[in-house]
Every structure is written in C-alpha cells, then in structure tokens.
Write a protein that binds this ligand. Structure first.
Ligand SMILES: Cc1ncc(COP(=O)(O)O)c(C=O)c1O
Length: 382
C-alpha cells in the first residue's frame, strides 16, 4: 500500500491508484513474470564486463542519444531472427519495451485520442493510457482467446482510435496472431480517420511481440510487414527469450516516420551508456542468449500436456494453447486460494487474466518438477 498524504497535490485521476507490478517475493521457485530462468553464459558475462570496462572512463559524458551502434546491432539481430532487413533508422531502443510502449502513447495518444486493445491482454496498457490521458477501449477476444477480427474492425471504425494494440503471442493467454489477421487490421486502419487528429491521419497498429522468439519455428514475425505498412509498429524486448530482463532493453521496429515521432518524446539520453554497452555485448552472442529457447518450448509442450492430464473436482483442467513461455490454465472457482496455497509452498505463479485462470511461466526442469508436485498437492486440498 502506498501512503500519499492528502495534502500532496497528486493528480486527481491518480488518487487511490497503486503502483503496478507482480509481487517480488523471496520464494524458492519464481514462475510469475515470464523471464528466461537460465542465467547468462560466462562467455556473455565476460563480454558484458569487457564492454562496460571500455565505456566506464567515459561516463563523465552523456551517452549516444541516438544509440546508433545499438540500432545497427538490433537491425542485424532482426535480419538473423526474422529474415527481415531493416535500416538502423527503422529501429529504436529504450529501457524495456514498457518504455517503448509509453513513448508510443506519448507520441500518438493524448487527450481526445483513443487507444484500442484486445482483451484479455497485458495489464500495463491501461496504465500507459492513463499516464498519457489517452482513452482506453477494448475489443474482446473470442472464447478461445483468438482475435475477433470482425468485431475489432467494427470497433476501429466506430472509435477511430489513434492506436490499435495487439499482442502476439498474447499475454496472459499465449495466443499468437496469424499474419492474415494482422493484415486485415492494417488494411482496415488504412481506411479509418483518427478522432482528434488531422483528417488525413490513420491509426497506427502496434504489435507487441515481447514473447515472439518462443513462436513455432518458421512462423513469420510482424516485422516482415514493416516494409509494406508505414503505420505498423512492432515492439520487442530482450527481457524474455533473450534472457536479459535485468538489463532493461526493449526496442521498436517501424517506419522511419514512427521512429521519428517517438524521438520527439523520449527523455534526453534515455538509454545509459552502460545499458547500451551491455546490450551490444549480449547481441554479439545471440546464439548463447537464445540457447535455451528450444528447451523452453519443449518444457511448454510437456507442461501443457501434463496440465491437461490433471483433474480438479473430477474434471480435467482447461489449458490454453500457448506460443509463448507461459501457460494459462484453470478454471478454479477460487483461483486466489490456489495461488496463495502454491505461494505458501514456495512456488510463485500469477493470478492474472480471465476469472478462474492462473498463469505459470516455464522454469528450469527442477523448478517445473517442484511446480507439478506442489500443484498436485495443493489441488487435493480444495
Ligand atoms: C506483453 C508484454 N509486453 C511488454 C512487456 C514489458 O517487458 P519489458 O519492459 O521487460 O521489455 C511484458 C512484460 O511482462 C509483456 O508481458
């Protein structure tokens, strides 16, 4: 609970709000924030130290505001990871994709503007909207959590949003967004004027690909459409598959126009020289950083199968198919009780998303074994 005295002139719309965040608890098994559970390889650790050592004497100076070397490295990474060639000017990095998203809202949202999301989805989006005075509206997903494309397009036409946000794979459901559905959204947006903007303005479509490296091999990423659609912005992060959450590096791939818009709202020197150095070192070792992704996909397959074989009150658990490193499962009449009981036994998962569901992130083999044992034990008690 935060303690903000009433005589502080806090913005009226923030009164009673709490800081967002999953609990950071000291428990043996943390499967709640969708990190890569494996520590960095010593070779990468050494490379980071070496890069940081090189920049340390220059820390009396501000860093490269345009982080050009990092943008080149990100372009090379996307070429390798998604087969898409982009210019460094079509890339932009920030302190986590949280900051990327906030910058997009700062540049394209604002008072009198609307952003449209497709729920259930990532719980931070309404906060970016709140913080930038942007109206937040929803188009609901179908019962299987895939996008309801028709309804979403109807909502776009009715609301004339400045921004449409889709998450692929979606958090917390793990649902991927097929390219043909994205194309339909992009085409629809190209016909719709934006409320509160110049009559010629058309919405941007933001695809949040925080977990994209966990997709099935061979599946395209939204970055492959950037050359065709100037109003497409793809937000990505090094926090998840790339095993770099502690460094706080997210990035945006988009048309030069969208990147230039974001450059207007960024804080001066937002990305420290230390962050840039560490990110460059990690990007020089992409194979090592991503070495566990196959294994985590396999863990996801095995865990989904195992969960589907479990029963609660005589009925099999519902397991939502996931293309990510987490699985949404349920349905529990009192999910908070199950969550608390798991936590008390040292396994932290997440009570998030639609009523009755819990989300577990893929951990090491030992962590997953402990998760399975604890869940069996806990479910017997309810
Ligand atoms: C869908 C989605 N987008 C963005 C983020 C933010 O990640 P980061 O700021 O670490 O890049 C998260 C983190 O959980 C997420 O789940």
């Amino acid at each position: 609970m935060s303690a903000i005295p009433a005589d502080l002139p806090l913005r009226a719309d923030l009164v009673g709000e709490e800081p967002y965040g999953a609990p950071q608890l000291d428990v043996p098994v943390c499967l709640n924030v969708n990190e890569n559970p494996y520590p960095l390889d010593q070779e990468v650790v050494d490379a980071i130290c070496q890069r940081v050592r090189l920049v340390a004497p220059g820390l009396n100076r501000y860093p490269d505001r345009e982080h050009e070397e990092l943008r080149r490295a990100l372009a090379a990474y996307l070429k390798k990871e998604s087969g898409t060639s982009l210019q460094p000017g079509q890339l932009w990095a920030a302190n986590g994709s949280n900051e990327i998203m906030l910058q997009l809202f700062q540049a394209f949202g604002g008072s009198g503007r609307t952003a449209l999301g497709c729920d259930p989805t990532y719980s931070m989006y309404p906060e970016y909207a709140r913080d930038t005075f942007t109206d937040w509206e929803l188009a609901h997903r179908l019962p299987d959590f895939s996008l309801d494309v028709e309804t979403t397009i109807e909502r776009i036409k009715a609301l004339r949003p400045a921004m449409v946000l889709v998450t692929s794979p979606n958090n917390p459901t793990g649902t991927p967004l097929p390219m043909d559905q994205l194309t339909r959204l992009l085409e629809a947006c190209s016909q719709v004027p934006v409320a509160g903007a110049d009559p010629s303005a058309r919405p941007i479509v933001v695809v949040d690909e925080a977990y994209i490296e966990f997709r099935d091999p061979g599946t395209p990423s939204a970055v492959s459409l950037i050359g065709q659609y100037d109003h497409l912005a793809v937000s990505r992060t090094m926090s998840k598959a790339f095993a770099f959450a502690g460094a706080r590096v997210g990035y945006l791939a988009a048309s030069q126009g969208i990147i230039d818009a974001v450059r207007i709202v960024r804080m001066p020197y937002h990305l420290s020289a230390l962050t840039q150095a560490a990110a460059l070192a990690a990007l020089e070792h992409t194979d090592l950083q991503l070495a566990r992704v196959d294994q985590l996909r396999q863990t996801r397959r095995e865990t989904a199968e195992w969960l589907a074989g479990q029963q609660f009150h005589g009925r099999p658990l519902t397991v939502v198919p996931s293309a990510s490193n987490f699985i949404l499962f349920g349905i529990f009449p009192d999910r908070d009780a199950v969550f608390e009981a798991m936590k008390d036994e040292g396994v932290l998962i997440r009570a998030v998303g639609p009523q009755g569901y819990l989300r577990v992130c893929m951990g090491t083999d030992e962590e997953m074994e402990r998760f399975r044992q604890t869940l069996v034990h806990v479910l017997k008690r309810f």
